[in-house]
Design a protein around this ligand. Structure first.
Ligand code: SF4
Length: 432
C-alpha cells in the first residue's frame, strides 16, 4: 500500500549537485528533466560562480524518452566544455535517462581526451537520497579521475565529514576540523569550499590516511580508497562538539597518526582551559536555567543527532528524551549507531529512533513527558510543535529557515561554545 511521508528531510540523489557545487570551479552537468534542478536547489548560500540556475541541463522531454537522450547529453557536455570555464565537469543523471536506459557512462567516456576532466555519477532519484548521491559523487571522483600514487605525503590527512548544503554549517564545520587536525602538526586536506577544489582533489591519493567523521555517510568511499590507493582510514562516528568529544577526537586522531602524546595533551589543555573559563563565567546562568531544559530531543541526520546528543549530555548535563535520526540511515548501519547512543557519560543511554516521517516524530514529541519545558534542536518543521509545548527550539538541521549561516560552526571547542550561546540566548528570552 502506498505510504505518505510527511515533512521529508532530504532530497533525491540528484540533490548531490550541491556536493559538486561545493567543490570550487566544479560544474554539475545534469542529464535530467527540466524541473529537477529547480526543485532541488537551495536559495541559501548557493549563488556564486556557478549556481543551480546556470547548471547545464539536457532538459530531456517526451521525444527523448522514446528515442533516447544520449545525443542531447553528448551535445550538452560538448557545449559546456566550450562555454563554461570550469576545472571539473560532473555529469549527474536523473530518473528519466536511467529509466529509459541511456548509457550516460558511455557518452562521458567519449570525453576522456577533453582538456578538462569529465566524470559521471548515477544519481537517479529512485536510487536513494542526496546522502547516497553525495557518496556517488565522491565514488565517481575516486573511480574515474584519481589514480593510485606512489608518492605519500607524511602527515597529509584527507578529512571527510559533512554533506555540503544539506548541512548549512558545512563550511565552518570543515574549516574547524581542519584547524584541529592542523594543531596536531598534521596537514589537513579537504575538497570543499574556498581555495580547495581540484588541486586538493589531486592530493587525495597521496594522503597518509583518510579521516571520516560521520556515523555512516562516506564509509563506502573511504573503504574504496583503501582498496584502490592503499590509504588506511580512521572512522570516528561522532562529530566533535564541545570539550568532551573534541578532546577525545584529538586523542584518537593523534594516536592514529602517531603524534606524541605530550603534544596532543598540550593542545587539549590550552583549549580546555579557555573553554572552561568561559563556562565558569556563565555557571550561574546554567544553574538558574537548568530546570527549563531538563530533557531534550534532537531531530537531524545521524551525524548531528549523535554529535549533539553527546554534547548535551556530556558537556551540559542534560537528559535525553528520544532522539530522532531522519536521514534514512541504511539498515546495515543502524545497530552500530544505536550502540553509540549508549556511550554517554554518567551511565546515561539515549533512546534513538530512525524515523523519516515528521508526523510520527511530532506525535512522539507531543506525547513525551519532558518533566518541564522541552529543548528541541531540529529542522524548522519542529518550531511549531515545540512552541505548542512552550519549549525552547533551535533550528540546527535541514530545513534551516530562521537564520543565515556564512561560515559559522558547531564543531570543536569553539563550536560547542557557539551552540551553548545559541541555546541559552533562546532560554534567557523567556525572562524578558
Ligand atoms: S526524483 Fe527524479 S525526477 Fe524528481 S527531482 Fe529527483 S531526479 Fe528529478
Amino acid at each position: 500500500m502506498a505510504k505518505l511521508l510527511d515533512k521529508q528531510r532530504y532530497k533525491c540523489a540528484l540533490g548531490a549537485m550541491q556536493t559538486v557545487q561545493a567543490i570550487e570551479r566544479a560544474l554539475p552537468v545534469l542529464h535530467s528533466g527540466p524541473g529537477c534542478a529547480q526543485k532541488l536547489s537551495e536559495s541559501t548560500g548557493s549563488s556564486g560562480y556557478f549556481s543551480p540556475n546556470i547548471f547545464p541541463c539536457t532538459s530531456i522531454n517526451e521525444k527523448d524518452v522514446v528515442f533516447g537522450g544520449v545525443k542531447k547529453l553528448r551535445s550538452t557536455i560538448d557545449n559546456a566544455l566550450k562555454v563554461v570555464d570550469a576545472d571539473l565537469y560532473v555529469v549527474l543523471t536523473g530518473c528519466i535517462p536511467e529509466i529509459v536506459g541511456d548509457d550516460s557512462g558511455e557518452v562521458v567516456s567519449e570525453f576522456a581526451d577533453a582538456d578538462k576532466p569529465v566524470i559521471y555519477a548515477p544519481t537517479a532519484g529512485f536510487k536513494g537520497n542526496n546522502y547516497k548521491g553525495h557518496e556517488q559523487v565522491i565514488d565517481a571522483i575516486i573511480d574515474q579521475y584519481l589514480k593510485k600514487s606512489d608518492k605519500k605525503e607524511k602527515g597529509l590527512v584527507n578529512i571527510w565529514a559533512d554533506v555540503p548544503y544539506q548541512d548549512l554549517f558545512w563550511l565552518g564545520n570543515l574549516r574547524e576540523l581542519e584547524n584541529l587536525v592542523r594543531e596536531l602538526g598534521l596537514t589537513p586536506n579537504t575538497i570543499f569550499g574556498y581555495k580547495r577544489g581540484i588541486e586538493n582533489i589531486k592530493k587525495i591519493p597521496e594522503a597518509e590516511f583518510n579521516l571520516l567523521i560521520s556515523p555512516w555517510v562516506g564509509l563506502s568511499n573511504v573503504k574504496k580508497m583503501e582498496k584502490k590507493f592503499g590509504t588506511p582510514y580512521l572512522h570516528l562516528k561522532t562529530l566533535p562538539v564541545g570539550a568532551t568529544e573534541t578532546s577525545k577526537f584529538l586523542r584518537e586522531v593523534g594516536k592514529f597518526a602517531g603524534v606524541e602524546e605530550e603534544k596532543v595533551e598540550a593542545v587539549i589543555k590550552e583549549h580546555e582551559d579557555y573553554y572552561y573559563y568561559l563556562i565558569e563565567r556563565y555557571a550561574d546562568l546554567f544553574l538558574e536555567n537548568r530546570v527549563i531544559n531538563k530533557q531534550f530531543t534532537i531531530v537531524a541526520d545521524a551525524l548531528y543527532t549523535l554529535g549533539l546528543t553527546k554534547f548535551l549530555v556530556n558537556d551540559l548535563g542534560l537528559v535525553p528524551a528520544t532522539q530522532f535520526v531522519v536521514d534514512d540511515t541504511p539498515q546495515k548501519y543502524r545497530e552500530e549507531i544505536t550502540e553509540e547512543f549508549k556511550k554517554l557519560n554518567f551511565g546515561i543511554e539515549a533512546n534513538v529512533s530512525f524515523e523519516t516521517d515528521g508526523y510520527k516524530i511530532h506525535e512522539e514529541i507531543k506525547s513525551h513527558d519532558y518533566h518541564g519545558y522541552p529543548l528541541v534542536l531540529g529542522g524548522y518543521y519542529e518550531k511549531e510543535v515545540t512552541e505548542s509545548l512552550k519549549g525552547n527550539f533551535l533550528n540546527i538541521s535541514w530545513p534551516v529557515q530562521d537564520k543565515v549561516v556564512f561560515d559559522r560552526s558547531y564543531v570543536g571547542y569553539s563550536g560547542g561554545i557557539r551552540l551553548i550561546e545559541d541555546i541559552y540566548t533562546i532560554a534567557v528570552q523567556r525572562f524578558n
